[in-house]
Design a protein around this ligand. Structure first.
Ligand SMILES: Nc1ncnc2c1ncn2[C@@H]1O[C@H](COP(=O)(O)OP(=O)(O)OP(=O)(O)O)[C@@H](O)[C@H]1O
Length: 648
């Protein structure tokens, strides 16, 4: 008996008796040698992954018939199949035979792949290693790839609308965030591209081909390598071409290319275009520096049905992801948070503004605050002649702050009118909303009925809960907490203030508090112009605090327990928001007036602009304070919609 029956056949490639043995041993996880149990094998017993024999997969795919062929990629061919035993639809990836890995090696990779489970990753169902055959069996994703939907649409299909595109980007970012931040050690995808983002019938995105890098044939196989390089050309980060080591930030670059494709509807590489437009990133770089041209860069199929702010912020995120210098690129977790807001479709169709408090990395906050409304200070990509410009460097902080202030002022002057017109809002959207709401339900799972996977998925959901679901707790941590909070290997933090957030999926949270009426809330005690002037002054003061070294991280929240406060000068905001763009901040207070005043000012300042994110803030109500929490609502400013009516 063999723990991995498919791995047992070293002797004969075509041995039918072996196949019979395999068939008999199917799904048998007993160890090959009764006395020895390897760690991997013990782990396999608990993993929700099946072994298949070759015959079973041949049956499933009608003997790998051409009509079942879904396509051929760098690793080999992919067939659609139906498992006879369960009737489940699957995608069977048959690896090219040249340069295949030994069964042990393959087994080890399967083991690590099987551990990766997230709703935005294509689920591995099983594998087969039989003779020289190496196959992986994945869940079948019915809607085709993002590449198909962007570029190879059937005439009957509607182009994807803006919100759907942002939701796809958001889902893909969630999948990537899982690989980078929730898995230990982190998994570098290396192969993120539009053809590897599969969509189900409701346009819910799932990443495929993750973690397969180690299954690539040996490096001696130049044919294989050249085809892989060709496939990823246009998505690869500059460090890849330089031959430098790839990091999670290389994936962020590739993600930026995908985001750019979603925004522009242009392929990463398109040899049918004029020379200067063939490489999408090279074409887009000059436009990134000129926000007036952003609307022209958007996919014509969108017919300008998007909000200008949404477009501006999406382009700002994209340009950050595409920075030459890996460390200047944002963390995918920050990208994910930003996209969670941009992908919200609200009752009135206005995408929710991104609260700039949301990010681990200040540079993302700054970039987005510059694109908070119709008229903004341009977000500049680093220029080559400027050595220090590859990131939002400490030297440029003063300028940044100045720009933030100007931007805020300008935004307050311009009160743009609504709106976002999502005329092509489709059933897909509804499906997406349902998916999100399913994730919100405690214990809900997207599709798997497998109890093992159910368990893993639930824990995954809990750590990856989206900004659209439940509650986000933002923490400004003290130095002593930094290591713990930013223990992620993928966190490239500067020596600036450590701003971290954590998702807190509090299942017990009373959702009823999330669904009170909407309405723009003005800053409490800030209704007249005089107060605003004062506030402005305070903002300036507090910028210094916000951008101070991490050892000087300011405590923003008041805490009734003085000792606790000293031990943990941590500021905690709990931002709770629903898909209806409500964000409420829970704030505890009971403390000294001065401190509260500072807190208030700082809070207000870090929102960057009242017009972008408005908070209700009051601390003089002892009753509410003692109640432990106080709600602060963020409300997107109405904004100008780039009307399509004329162009159309
Ligand atoms: N789980 C799946 N469900 C449905 N279709 C799939 C699945 N996995 C792959 N496919 C489809 O099979 C085809 C081949 O996929 P594959 O991943 O091998 O190639 P690729 O993505 O085009 O290239 P590369 O291997 O370089 O990433 C693609 O059309 C892909 O959409």
């Amino acid at each position: 008996m063999n723990c991995f029956p498919c791995f047992s056949s070293h002797k004969s490639k075509n041995s039918s008796s072996k196949n019979e043995t395999n068939q008999n041993d199917e799904h048998d996880f007993r160890p090959p040698v009764a006395t020895t149990k390897h760690i991997e094998e013990r782990e396999t017993e608990q993993l929700p992954v099946k072994t298949f024999n070759f015959r079973e997969l041949a049956t499933a795919t009608k003997n790998f018939r051409q009509e079942c062929l879904l396509g051929e990629g760098g690793y080999g061919r992919v067939y659609k199949g139906t498992l006879q035993s369960t009737g489940q639809l699957v995608a069977v990836k048959q690896f090219d035979k040249h340069g295949i890995h030994g069964s042990k090696e393959f087994q080890a990779e399967v083991l690590s792949l099987a551990k990766l489970e997230h709703p935005n990753l294509v689920k591995l169902i099983g594998y087969c290693a039989d003779g020289d055959q190496r196959l992986l069996v994945f869940e079948y994703v019915s809607g085709g790839s993002l590449q198909d939907h962007l570029y190879e649409q059937k005439p009957s299909q509607k182009p994807m609308n803006w919100i759907t595109r942002m939701k796809i980007a958001f889902g893909a970012a969630q999948g990537l965030d899982y690989l980078h931040d929730k898995v230990n050690p982190p998994v570098i995808y290396r192969d993120l591209k539009a053809s590897n983002i599969l969509l189900d019938d409701e346009f819910y995105p799932k990443l495929c081909d993750f973690g397969l890098h180690n299954l690539e044939p040996g490096t001696g196989d130049s044919l294989f390598l050249s085809s892989r390089v060709m496939d990823t050309y246009g998505y690869s980060a500059p460090e890849y071409t330089r031959g430098d080591e790839l990091t999670v930030k290389s994936d962020v670059y590739s993600f930026g290319v995908v985001l750019l494709e979603l925004i522009t509807g242009r392929r990463a590489v398109d040899t049918t275009k004029p020379n200067d437009e063939q490489n999408l990133v090279a074409w887009a770089q000059p436009i990134f520096r000129d926000p007036k041209r952003y609307p022209d860069m958007a996919d014509p199929l969108l017919r300008r049905n998007f909000s200008e702010r949404g477009l501006n912020q999406a382009v700002a995120i994209t340009s950050m992801c595409l920075q030459e210098e890996p460390t200047a690129r944002p963390l995918i977790s920050d990208v994910m948070v930003a996209l969670s807001f941009l992908s919200m479709s609200t009752e009135d169709g206005i995408p929710t503004a991104v609260p700039i408090l949301s990010f681990r990395d200040k540079s993302m906050s700054i970039a987005l605050s510059r694109h908070g409304s119709c008229s903004v200070t341009p977000f500049s990509l680093p220029r080559k002649e400027d050595d220090n410009a590859s990131s939002v460097s400490s030297e440029s902080e003063d300028e940044d702050e100045e720009e933030l202030r100007k931007s805020k002022k300008k935004q307050e002057e311009e009160k743009p009118a609504t709106c976002y017109d999502d005329e092509s809002d489709s059933d897909f959207e509804k499906g997406q909303e349902e998916k999100h709401s399913q994730l919100e339900k405690p214990g809900s799972s997207s599709s798997s009925s497998d109890s093992g996977s159910e368990r893993i998925r639930r824990s995954t959901d809990e750590t990856n809960v989206t900004a659209q679901s439940l509650k986000i707790k933002y923490s400004y941590s003290s130095e002593e907490d930094d290591d713990e909070r930013l223990s992620s290997k993928s966190s490239f933090k500067s020596d600036e203030e450590i701003t971290s957030f954590r998702y807190d999926c509090d299942r017990d949270h009373d959702d009823s508090t999330m669904n009170t009426s909407r309405g723009i809330n003005s800053l409490a005690h800030d209704d007249d112009d005089d107060d605003e002037e004062e506030e402005e002054e305070n903002h300036e003061t507090h910028l210094e605090h916000i951008h101070s070294s991490k050892s000087e991280v300011q405590s923003v929240s008041s805490d009734s327990d003085e000792d606790d406060k000293e031990k943990n000068p941590e500021t905690q905001f709990e931002h709770t928001h629903s898909s209806k763009s409500e964000i409420r901040r829970v704030y505890s207070d009971s403390d000294e007036d001065d401190k509260e005043k500072n807190h208030e000012t700082q809070l207000e300042h870090t929102q960057s602009t009242k017009s972008e994110v408005q908070s209700l803030f009051s601390d003089d109500d002892a009753g509410q304070g003692s109640g432990g929490s106080f709600l602060h609502r963020f409300e997107p400013e109405k904004e100008e919609h780039i009307s399509s009516s004329d162009e159309d």
